[in-house]
Structure formats: structure tokens, C-alpha cells
Design a binder for this molecule. Structure first.
Ligand SMILES: Cc1ncc(COP(=O)(O)O)c(C=O)c1O
Length: 382
């Protein structure tokens, strides 16, 4: 039979993170710092709320957008914590941030539409755009992974993209959006017909006092889609709950896609998150402080070993440079896996801009981190 698979789908590959993870499982003695799954358990109150939801038979479909109680709490949370204003009608609960992203891109992209994506970046953006027949335009970052505003301005003027992706705090670099970034991007967006998809799934893990987001501007709201979720915030990656915020015109269209795709997010988990957002923000603060301790430890060890590396300001990843070893990031990671028995993700999994770097997830125990860093140190000494 002839190949019946969509060309768009044939042309994308499975995520480099997963590809490498599949190699890691074949080396069972390896310490793995590959996945974005925090080592904390889901807070007890959330678990209990989900058990109660089951016992109370809250197991039917919810409204397409999700339970109003949780949407009201998200609205309040975004306002109180981040100075971001969306009312409950402008929020839709999704099956993880992932489905929020794909529904948003599906609602926006026509074949050939240009989408600006930073490199390195979380790989799903490029793949979603390609599945939908959009054209990916990468915008390069500075050496410290901050936005190069001159280059960004040039590419926007030259290429006229329809959509721009922002992703802060950043997976894989740990960078955050600064006040200056926010203001410069605002001036650009205000003048142009461009929609910003801002993925802020790590917003609860910003290590700086002030939080900056392009979604804080009210007068460009019709040009912004905010994607976020609870996977990282409540350490509940397997429970699959995220959300999208957008003004009514965009939201009505995102909702069409969402409705025909999943109908609604899982009801039980929505009740769990409802409890979490009201009574577990202390647990989130605790997890954030633990990540800061681990970040400081990993950063110090890498600097002592002679790696060039930026201090992450959020999320739970660090992205050291390995260019001086004269190996590709794939070769370096393969060597580290086989010789040091430590698994980290090659930077190339995050696009062209990630080549020459490694992504280390530090969302595992301090003991594992110590062991992994000792092994890396011994390996590079050799
Ligand atoms: C930047 C970023 N966005 C979105 C997601 C997807 O999140 P979820 O597991 O809620 O679908 C991830 C997961 O690692 C991520 O790192």
C-alpha cells in the first residue's frame, strides 16, 4: 500500500528528549537527569480532593471550558500572583499545557503561516506548527539566552510572522523574561498584527521577586494567548491538567478545537486542582525553595568543573555549554551515559540553538544530584 501518512506528520520526529530517554532505560544503573518530572509527591490535599470527587461521582463531562469554580480561582490566582487579568470566561482548562498549545496553534495557523520560535526551545512548538502546515522561523538568542531584540525586530519586519512564541521561565535554559524584554516586545507587538503565544507553565517556579509577562498588558489582550498549567506547579505531570487564557474572540475559536478534540479536561483532576489552588500554594513555595537550593548546588559544581553556564532564574533546568569538548551534544551525552552512567539531554533536542549544550534537570533528590555530578566530574577529568 502506498504511504498514507500525512506529509506534515511524516516530516516531524519524536522528541529528542524521549529519544534519548529510550536509550537511558537500557542503562539501568544510570542516574537520570533527563525528564521534567519533579520528585515531589502531589500535595495530600489535592489527592484527597480527587478521591472525594470520585466518591461524589464527579466523573461526568464538565462544561467544555472546565468547572467554573476552578476557572474563577485561576482568574484570582493570576491576578494576585502575576498581575495578569483574565476573567473566568477567558479561561479554558485543557489536558495539560500540551493540549492547550496544540489547540491554540490549530485555532491560529493556516497553511504556510509563519511562526517565530526561539532556539533553543521546548520542542513541541516546532512540531505543532509543522503538523499544522505552518512555517517555522527561528529567532536566535544571545549567548546568555536572553532575547536579541535587534535581531527579533529585523526578522519581524522582514518576514511578517503571524505568531510569535515566548516561553518563560524557559525550558531548557532557565532564563526568565526581564522588564526590559517585556517593554520592548510590547512596543513591537502593539504596532504589528501578530499574536504572541506565551507559554508560562513554569511561572510558579520563577526564582526572582518580580514576575514579568507580556500578558500583563491589558491594551494588547486581543494579541495574546497565555498557556499554563498544573503539571509542574503541583508536581502532577501524569494527571494532565493545563489551561489557556485568551480574550473572547480568540478563546471562542480555541474552544472549538478543544471541544472537538477532548470535550473537556479530566473532571476529577479539575477538582483536585481547585483544592490545590486554594490551599496548596504553601507546598508550591516549598518546592520552589527546594529547587533554588538544588539549582545553587548544581550551578556551583558545574562552575567548579570549569563549565561555562548561566545561573537559571526559573524552571528546574540548567544548560551548560560543552563546546570546548569538541563533540556534538549527542556524542557528549552518549559518552556520559555509557562511561559515567549519567543521563542528561543533548541540547540539540531543543533545536539548532541548543547544539553545544546539555540540559540537566535538577528536579530530583540532592543525593541523586550529588552522585550524578561526582560521576560527571570523574568522567571529564579522564
Ligand atoms: C515549556 C513547556 N511547555 C509545556 C509543557 C507541557 O506541559 P504538560 O505536561 O502540562 O502538557 C512542558 C512540559 O515539559 C514544558 O516544558
Amino acid at each position: 500500500m502506498k504511504n498514507m501518512v500525512s506529509e506534515n506528520v511524516q516530516n516531524i520526529e519524536i522528541s529528542g528528549i524521549r529519544k534519548f530517554y529510550n536509550k537511558v532505560v537500557k542503562v539501568p544503573e544510570a542516574v537520570s537527569l533527563t525528564l521534567g518530572q519533579p520528585d515531589f509527591n502531589v500535595p495530600d490535599k489535592i489527592k484527597k480532593a480527587m478521591i472525594n470527587a470520585i466518591m461524589d461521582n464527579k466523573t461526568t463531562y464538565t462544561s467544555n471550558a472546565g468547572i467554573i469554580e476552578l476557572r474563577c480561582e485561576i482568574s484570582k490566582y493570576l491576578r494576585d500572583e502575576f498581575n495578569i487579568n483574565y476573567n473566568e470566561e477567558e479561561i479554558c482548562l485543557t489536558v495539560g499545557g500540551s493540549q492547550g498549545l496544540l489547540s491554540t496553534f490549530t485555532a491560529l495557523i493556516n497553511k504556510g503561516d509563519k511562526v517565530l520560535i526561539p532556539t533553543p526551545a521546548y520542542p513541541a512548538y516546532e512540531s505543532c506548527v509543522k503538523i499544522l502546515g505552518g512555517e517555522v522561523l527561528n529567532y536566535k538568542l544571545n549567548d546568555d539566552f536572553s532575547i536579541n531584540h535587534e535581531k527579533l525586530y529585523e526578522i519581524i519586519m522582514k518576514e511578517n510572522p503571524k505568531i510569535m512564541v515566548l516561553s518563560y521561565p524557559c525550558n531548557p535554559t532557565g532564563a526568565i523574561l526581564t522588564k526590559d524584554d517585556k517593554e520592548k516586545i510590547y512596543s513591537l507587538i502593539k504596532e504589528k498584527d501578530i499574536v504572541v503565544v506565551t507559554d508560562e507553565i513554569y511561572s510558579s517556579l520563577c526564582f526572582e521577586k518580580e514576575y514579568y509577562s507580556i500578558a500583563q498588558y491589558k491594551d494588547i489582550k486581543e494579541k495574546i494567548v497565555l498557556v499554563s498549567g498544573f503539571s509542574k506547579m503541583f508536581s502532577m505531570t501524569g494527571l494532565r491538567l493545563g489551561y489557556v487564557c485568551a480574550d473572547s474572540k480568540l478563546m471562542n475559536n480555541i474552544m472549538k478545537v478543544h471541544q472537538y478534540n477532548v470535550s473537556c479536561a479530566p473532571s476529577i483532576v479539575q477538582w483536585g486542582a481547585y483544592e490545590g489552588i486554594r490551599s496548596c500554594l504553601g507546598d508550591v513555595e516549598y518546592m520552589k525553595n527546594e529547587f533554588i537550593k538544588r539549582r545553587d548546588y548544581v550551578y556551583k559544581r558545574l562552575i567548579e568543573m570549569g563549565f561555562e553556564v548561566n545561573l537559571p532564574k526559573g524552571a528546574f533546568y540548567i544548560f551548560p555549554c560543552i563546546k570546548k569538548f569538541n563533540m556534538t551534544s549527542d556524542e557528549f551525552c552518549e559518552k556520559l551515559l555509557n562511561e559515567a552512567k549519567v543521563a542528561v539531554v543533548p541540547g540539540s533536542a531543543f533545536g539548532k540553538g541548543g547544539e553545544g549544550y546539555l540540559r540537566i534537570s535538577y528536579c530530583c533528590s540532592m543525593e541523586e544530584l550529588k552522585e550524578a555530578l561526582n560521576r560527571i566530574e570523574n568522567c571529564i577529568k579522564k
